[in-house]
Design a protein around this ligand. Structure first.
Ligand code: SF4
Ligand code: MSK
Length: 662
């Protein structure tokens, strides 16, 4: 039976024969895809090549919200017919888009609420394996929330912070706590448009209600609730997840570390953690440092235990502890093809079900750990935060057994890329202003004087529907070449780290203005700020740029833009929409799930900006994407009256001499 199964996979892979150079620019992934084909193993790249996306679904021109349907409209003639209930193309698209936002926002807010649960239990002493590590940050957050800190015990402050932040999720009426962080003019726009979030549970519930058959059938009104829900993610669920993770596990500061598959070690027991919640990884860090487990690994013939990360769990640990990272979303199956991974522990989000089969082929032990996320046929060892070591020690023990029984050839791509990661908002503040006057003032000054043209957030997933890492890398290179400082999170951060842009030396790829700033401060032209939940750090940075002054009164005034060039998840849509809701022009790649030329399309791509928000954009090509973002940044510079300063700063010596002679 097993043999038959193997033969079937082999046939499939043979039949497909991917053009590997056309699907990825990551050399390690390419090497492993070649090996996978030799071994007869299928990956998402093969499945993507084998399965054409449904064109009607891709354009979001179908609805299955009730059993009078499913109803399929024609994206070539979108107003030619309606659904059985009479729903128009605009209603159908807006509802589909809204449900993506609801799902994405729920992923982040559920994650954030779990972090808050752990925080509460730590504060009350029910959980003892995790501790409050960053009391300074706790106090800073408390002060922002108007909680008294002077002369009070950490525990009392923490409990007040918990109660206040719980409102982010559960509050039925009133504005969420971190609305306090939103620049006044941006908040005014939100209030005017009725989109200041209440608790995220309420917002997500209402959005799901409104997208039910026969409820909200006005695309503009649906979009309004979409915006409110997405903002409850960005300035709510995600922001709380980031802040609580920093308080519990430490606020990141720059750390030199390596990425790519070469971080696996053939002579070590290799353990990978993949997913999104830091609780699992933090406990695993303790497990792999436990002398008795290290001893057991040595007795099994290994030189030690090698812990590495993947996807966003990996990016958080890279930022906080300098743990090496072996690859982003599209490489999660490929890394198992090395045969060197003894166990992979996963928690929530972006865990491909296909991992189970690939792990099986190479004898890797795959474990699910979160009660929300089991995989059929995969062993589940639940992480109980009251005794997390039971789970993580067990995963290491299984890894040691697998190491001892390794019986397949191992091939690890010999590629590692050194870089500097860990630029939290707090550190950027310090880096630019120094210990005694930490501030964003130097950043704003350099934007005003034109050395830095603007700031771009380039974030998000990778997607086997497009050439892996290519759009991220080319887009970022083009932006920095044009003096745009880039901040990054998630899988995009890892794409650029693999491309070698996380070193101060990469400043030579930047335009002359940005290069000068990087060289003065000693920073790379691309700053990694964490996992996809940590996009909230970019919101905080935007708010700080407004607060420091000189660049307008709202986030919508700033010369900034955002992009998710290879997005794939519903979380990405929620993130994109909270940036748009906050005032940022946000460009997505791959494919935008809307029929072009419809009223809903116009509303997202133009109408929202007219209401004082940001707006959506789309381009599949990285150079076109960069052009659109730079054009927007220049438009904002002009509106601020700082466009001339940039022209002056970019004059070269010959230009200056000409001027002086005149
Ligand atoms: Fe069709 Fe309307 Fe039902 Fe959607 S809600 S499936 S458009 S009948
Ligand atoms: S892991 S959401 S593929 S960034 Fe956050 Fe990467 Fe996108 Fe998942």
């Amino acid at each position: 039976m097993e043999e038959e199964k193997g033969k079937k996979i082999e046939k499939k892979a043979e039949k497909k024969g991917l053009d590997i150079r056309a699907v990825t620019i990551c050399d390690a992934t390419a090497q492993m895809l070649r090996k996978a084909e030799r071994d007869g193993v299928e990956t998402a790249f093969h499945r993507a090549a084998d399965m054409k996306p449904c064109p009607i679904g891709a354009d979001s021109a179908c609805c299955k919200h009730c059993s009078m349907g499913p109803c399929r409209l024609n994206s070539k003639d979108p107003y030619g017919k309606t659904g059985v209930c009479g729903a128009t193309i605009d209603t159908i698209q807006a509802r589909n888009f809204a449900r993506m936002v609801a799902s994405g926002a729920s992923a982040h807010t559920d994650h954030g609420m779990s972090m808050l649960d752990v925080f509460r239990e730590v504060v009350t002493g029910q959980i003892t394996d995790y501790k409050i590590k960053d009391t300074n940050k706790l106090e800073e957050v408390a002060k922002e929330l108007d909680i008294e800190t002077e002369g009070r015990e950490t525990k009392d402050i923490a409990m007040d912070v918990y109660h206040e932040l719980e409102r982010t999720y559960t509050q039925v009426e009133g504005e969420i706590p971190f609305a306090k962080r939103v620049p006044a003019k941006t908040l005014e726009t939100w209030r005017k448009n009725g989109v200041v979030p209440r608790g995220s549970m309420r917002e997500i519930m209402e959005l799901m209600h409104r997208t039910h058959i026969g409820v909200d059938q006005d695309f503009e009104n649906i979009t309004k609730q979409c915006t409110r829900t997405a903002l409850s993610d960005g300035w709510g669920g995600s922001m709380v997840a980031t802040e609580i993770s920093d308080i519990l596990y430490g606020t990141p500061t720059p750390v030199r570390t390596e990425v790519n598959m070469g971080c696996l070690k053939e002579d070590h027991v290799n353990v990978i953690i993949h997913g999104h919640e830091p609780n699992l990884f933090e406990s695993m860090l303790d497990s792999v440092n436990d002398p008795s487990l290290i001893q057991a690994a040595k007795e099994a013939g290994a030189k030690g235990i090698n812990l590495v990360g993947m996807c966003c769990s990996g990016t958080e640990m890279l930022m906080r502890h300098g743990i090496p990272h072996v690859g982003n979303f599209s490489s999660t199956e490929a890394v198992l093809v090395t045969g060197a991974v003894d166990t992979m522990g996963v928690d929530v989000q972006c865990i491909m079900q296909g991992l189970a089969k690939v792990a099986d082929c190479y004898g890797t032990k795959l474990f699910t750990t979160n009660p929300r996320a089991h995989i059929e046929g995969v062993e589940h060892i639940e992480l109980n935060e009251h005794k997390p070591r039971e789970c993580t020690d067990a995963i290491v023990e299984h890894a040691i057994i697998r190491f001892k029984n390794r019986n397949l050839p191992i091939e690890i791509p010999n590629i590692r890329n050194l870089g500097i990661h860990g630029f939290s908002h707090e550190y950027i503040n310090y880096m630019l202003g120094g210990t005694f006057r930490s501030s964003y003032t130097p950043l704003n000054d350099n934007i005003i004087n034109g050395r830095i043209r603007g700031v771009a957030g380039v974030v998000g997933c990778t997607n086997p529907r497009v050439k892996h890492d290519y759009v991220h890398v080319e887009l970022v290179k083009e932006l920095i070449r044009n003096d745009v400082l880039v901040v990054q999170t998630g899988c995009s951060q890892i794409a650029l780290a693999k491309a070698g842009l996380y070193t101060p030396e990469a400043a030579h790829l930047a335009g002359s203005g940005l290069k000068e700033v990087c060289e003065t401060v000693g920073m790379p032209p691309v700053l990694g700020v964490g996992s996809c939940v940590d996009n909230s750090r970019i919101l905080i940075a935007c708010a700080e740029m407004v607060r420091v002054g000189g660049l307008g009164n709202s986030i919508a005034d700033l010369p900034v833009a955002g992009a998710a060039p290879e997005w794939m998840s519903e979380k990405a849509i929620s993130i994109g929409h909270y940036f748009v809701g906050s005032g940022v022009y946000t460009v997505f790649g791959v494919h935008f799930p809307i029929v072009e030329g419809t009223k809903f399309h116009r509303h997202l791509f133009e109408g929202l900006e007219e209401l004082g928000f940001g707006k959506w954009g789309f381009a599949a090509d990285p150079f076109e994407m960069a052009r659109m973002m730079i054009e927007h940044i220049d438009k904002k510079r002009k509106a601020l009256g700082i466009d001339k300063a940039r022209e002056r700063v970019l004059m070269d010596m010959a230009d200056r001499q000409k001027l002086e002679a005149a």
